[in-house]
Design a protein around this ligand. Structure first.
Ligand code: TYD
Ligand code: MG
Length: 430
């Protein structure tokens, strides 16, 4: 059988061009992917089970002290994990996918679940080092340092009753004898993911597949992985910052509007229930405004910063990190027209701290306030919070879940809550 490595269309004979996606030289020879490891041409690789307890070096493994983190994960999944569910945990390299996974399986293992961890990224010894650092015992976890998916398939087939949960870290490190291309190529990823998914469904074992995403934000192995799995989770954040957000991109077994919020600390990921923890303690600074945004269904406190300086460019600079640049243009136009403040010779920099991208329109008002504060050099009391969408007429518009945001702001101790409920006239809130 032949298959297009780009769009997965199947053909009975080879051709140079794929009729479906019009790509050239993407058709490769492949076999049916379902449990084909039985037809092994090459000699089987030897599978070695590794238990962290048996590894030498450091024997300081203690029982886990971490009880948080997992709740955020469960909530994100809609409260439960379904047997046979295949979850893709995607995120850029170094964001904390393996750390989150280790904490998750540690909790599962404490409940007596037995876990198979396929480690292609790091050696079991490296994992052990990390487990010690973040104080995870990882009792019922079998580590297998094997990346040949055909060998893994055989291993799971004969040991399936030993496991309740499988982790693949990462799908990009696996390879199949029956697929073309290098590890991490589209054909390899789709073939390997197919086999893992079939195993998971066939034996009713839930599986977590870790996948790196490319700089442009695609899950490597374009789209194909997303279609194969039941649930796609995206782990996001700025590696330099500590905030991490776990988002649901797709979920066959639950809602997609939940988010999990974590903080990366030296001792692993910590669950964040109070978003004040994420902010630096600052008092009354120019251009610094607090805002309550909604992520999924949850209110989240963020800090918006604006810096406005005299421009030495013919076209003044407008830079925005974490906030939509087009909305920034819109807000500047409203400032110019409705507030009669000229920004034509001012460079404007806007930043949402913590390295998160927010698309909630409620940020408009906070961004506007931060810009005006920076231009006028007038600090904003740190007990104030601003949220609201700005219309082209300069009006403050009601935002989604406004009452929930107000409640959260009060809970967080803000005294001065400015939103459309207080006024819809931006002149009045200045
Ligand atoms: P990791 O889970 O290895 O990322 P991924 O699997 O997504 O590639 O996390 C890597 C980063 O996390 C690493 O740069 C260091 C940081 N880190 C901490 O800050 N604290 C910790 O306790 C751990 C385990 C990692
Ligand atoms: Mg990793």
């Amino acid at each position: 059988m032949f298959i297009c490595s780009k769009c997965q269309k199947e053909y009975t004979k080879w051709s140079g061009k794929c009729e479906n996606c019009q790509s050239w030289n993407t058709i490769i020879e492949s076999e049916s992917t379902l449990f084909k490891g039985t037809k092994n041409k090459k000699k089987d690789s030897k599978i070695v089970e590794i238990y962290l307890n048996n590894l030498e070096k450091n024997t300081l493994l203690t029982t886990s002290e971490i009880k948080t983190g997992i709740l955020e994960f469960d909530n994100t999944l809609g409260g439960r994990l379904v047997p046979g569910q295949v979850i893709l945990l995607a995120g850029s390299p170094g964001i904390g996918k393996s750390t989150l996974t280790l904490q998750l399986i540690n909790s599962l293992s404490e409940q007596g679940k037995k876990i198979l961890y396929l480690c292609g990224e790091e050696s079991p010894l490296q994992i052990k080092d990390r487990a010690i650092r973040i104080k995870l015992a990882l009792k019922n976890v079998t580590f297998v340092a094997e990346t040949n998916v055909n060998a893994i398939e055989k291993y799971i087939a004969s040991n399936n009753s030993k496991f309740n949960f499988i982790v693949v870290d990462s799908i990009q490190t696996l390879y199949s004898e029956n697929a073309a291309g290098a590890r991490g190529s589209v054909s390899q990823i789709s073939e390997c993911a197919n086999i893992i998914t079939s195993l998971s469904k066939g034996y009713n074992i839930s599986t977590l597949i870790i996948g790196h995403i490319t700089k442009s934000g695609d899950i490597a192995g374009p789209m194909i992985l997303e279609h194969m799995v039941d649930t796609v989770l995206l782990f996001e954040g700025d590696k330099r910052g500590e905030l991490r957000i776990l988002r649901v991109e797709k979920n066959r077994f639950g809602p997609t509007d939940e988010v999990g919020i974590f903080k990366m600390e030296l001792t692993g990921l910590k669950e964040v229930t109070d978003s004040r923890e994420l902010l630096e303690k600052q008092v009354n600074l120019n251009g610094v405004v607090y805002c309550i945004v909604i992520e999924g269904n949850r209110p989240l406190l963020v800090e918006v910063q604006a810096l406005c300086v005299k421009s030495y460019f013919t076209n003044p600079r407008r830079t925005s990190v974490g906030f939509d640049l087009n909305r920034l243009f819109l807000i500047l136009a409203v400032i110019e027209k409705k507030l009669k403040i000229s920004t034509g010779e001012t460079d404007v920099y806007v930043n949402i701290t913590g390295g998160i991208k927010i698309s909630d329109p409620a940020l408009d008002l906070a961004v506007l306030k931060a810009i005006v504060s920076s231009i006028k050099n007038s600090p904003i009391p740190s007990d104030s919070v601003y949220f609201g969408e700005i219309g082209l007429g300069g009006e403050i518009r009601k935002v989604y879940l406004e009452e929930k945001r107000i409640k959260e702001a009060k809970k967080l101790g803000f005294k001065n809550i400015i939103s459309s409920k207080k006024t819809n006239d931006i002149q009045k809130m200045l």
